[in-house]
Structures are given as C-alpha cells and as structure tokens.
Design a protein around this ligand. Structure first.
Ligand code: NAP
Length: 237
C-alpha cells in the first residue's frame, strides 16, 4: 500500500463531524492537511489537537460556496505546502423538508454548498494535480445519492448530482493519473442530524472515524487502482 507520509491534502468541512475525523486520521498518517470550514472555533480546536500529530495542519476559515474564497484558499494551501495530492470534498448540509415546504433559498443553499462547492474546489485543485500528473479526489456523497426518501428532495438531488459529477470527472481526469473516489456512507453519528433523528439509533450507526479510516484506506490503495465507488454501511444495524 502507498505511504501517505509527507503528502498534502485539502479537506472541506474540516471543522466538525466526518471532516474533522478525516483531518485527524490524515494528520496521524503524516499528511499535511489544509482544512476549511466557516466556524473559526472549530478550526482553532482542531489546530490545538493537531499539535501532537505527525502531519502539519493549516486552518483556513471560509465558505466553500464562494468562488473567490475557495480559489484563494487552494492557492494559499499550495503556496504553503508546495503541492496538493488529495482533495477531500466533504463539506455538506442537509435541510430535510418536503418540496412544498422548502424555500427557494433553502434549495439554493443546499445546491451551492453540496454540489457547487464540490465543483469549485475540484475546479481550482485540478491544475495543481494535472501539473504533477497525479492526485486523488475523494467525494463524500451518501447513500441518499443513490436512494431517495420523503423530505430529502434537495439533499438527495445534491448527492445524486455528486454521483454524476464524480463519474464524469473520473473520465475527464484519469488520463492525468488522477483517481476519483466516491464514498457513500449510510447514517453517521454527527451534528448533521438535528432533533430526535439520531437519538434512538446512536449505537447502530457509523462513526465519523469509520468514514475517516475508509478515506485513509482508499488513499493507500496503489495509485494505479481507484476504488471508484465505496458504499459504507454499518455491519449490524
Ligand atoms: P457536520 O457534522 O454537520 O459537519 C459538516 C462540516 O461541513 C462542518 O465542519 C461545517 O462547518 C462544514 N460546512 C458546511 N457548510 C460549509 C460551507 N459552506 N463552507 C465550508 N464548510 C462548510 O456533517 P457531517 O455528518 O460530518 O457531514 C459531512 C459530509 O458527509 C456531508 O457532505 C454530508 O452530506 C455527508 N454525509 C453525512 C452523513 C451523516 O449521516 N452524517 C451520511 C452520509 C453522508 P461550518 O458550518 O462551520 O462551515
């Protein structure tokens, strides 16, 4: 398996939940990680926790749905660490409402973060990967990107879109030795779930660390082989 030591990653939505666990797991592997999310205090606590780990952490507070912010953040990361090997498109939100109750603003917000944000980060990361003739892009999609449910119109649409985006992207960039890997988890115990949704199932769902270990595993596969789609489910629900 590949060693990740000394490689450089850019993780969106690094402050909480799955993104935070991915960031910590990569830092333990000796990866230098740039993490972006909007809440500064989350990034500050991550910076503190990263101090004892093998890789170096660089925090950039910002909104990935803003074209200029994401472009400048990726430039800043590459200027700082000199290269970009892995992009983890993880940031996402879920506004669960039936279509007839969803506002246009809620629809646009979901698409702007979950779909447009992943496109923007990918668009601005790719020139650096193409220049190196290598790289890996991991998109954190969801089982909701394959099977829809009541109240999930905006969220499912954004994740179905991510599946299509990932497959087309794979065909665009494989000639540059760039791997595109989609990880589709089932329910994960994070703050993504509000209210009662998770309370009764807490021990019967995936953990952020399960997702993070899967990311590390996928990155460690030989560069010549991409596990293009990984569906991650709890073994015994
Ligand atoms: P979470 O705990 O709510 O964390 C989401 C992270 O994304 C936060 O750090 C948040 O930070 C960041 N983020 C949101 N909007 C952003 C923006 N515009 N710009 C920058 N950062 C932003 O959620 P999670 O459960 O870890 O979810 C992570 C990903 O996994 C999402 O794409 C989600 O769809 C997917 N997923 C989750 C589950 C699940 O059951 N939890 C299952 C399958 C897939 P700020 O709000 O501070 O910006």
């Amino acid at each position: 398996m590949n060693t990740l030591q000394g490689s450089c990653a850019f993780v969106t939505g690094a402050g909480k939940g799955i993104g935070r666990a991915i960031t910590l797991a990569l830092l333990k592997e000796g990866v230098n990680v740039t993490g972006i999310s909007r809440t500064r205090t989350d990034l500050e606590s991550l910076s503190k926790e990263s101090g004892s780990l093998s890789g170096e952490f660089k925090a950039i507070p910002g909104d990935i749905s803003n074209e200029h912010v994401i472009k400048e953040s990726i430039e800043e990361a590459v200027n700082y660490f000199s290269r970009l090997d892995h992009l983890i498109n993880n940031a996402g939100i879920g506004i669960m409402k039936p279509v007839q109750e969803m506002s246009v603003e809620e629809w646009d917000l979901t698409m702007n973060i979950n779909t447009r944000g992943a496109f923007l980060a990918t668009r601005f990361a790719l020139p650096y990967m193409i220049r190196n003739n290598s790289g890996t892009i991991i998109n954190i999609a969801s089982i909701a990107g394959k099977r829809a449910f009541a109240g999930g119109a905006a969220y499912c649409a954004s994740k179905f879109a991510m599946m299509g985006f990932s497959e087309a992207l794979m065909f665009d960039v494989r000639k540059y030795n760039i791997r595109v890997i989609t990880i589709s988890p089932g329910t994960v115990a994070t703050q993504f779930h509000t209210g009662e949704a998770l309370k009764k199932d807490k021990d019967r769902v995936l953990t952020p660390e399960d997702c993070a270990e899967t990311v590390v595993y996928a990155l460690k596969l030989p560069q010549s082989a991409a596990a293009h789609e990984i569906e991650l489910r709890i073994t015994n629900p």
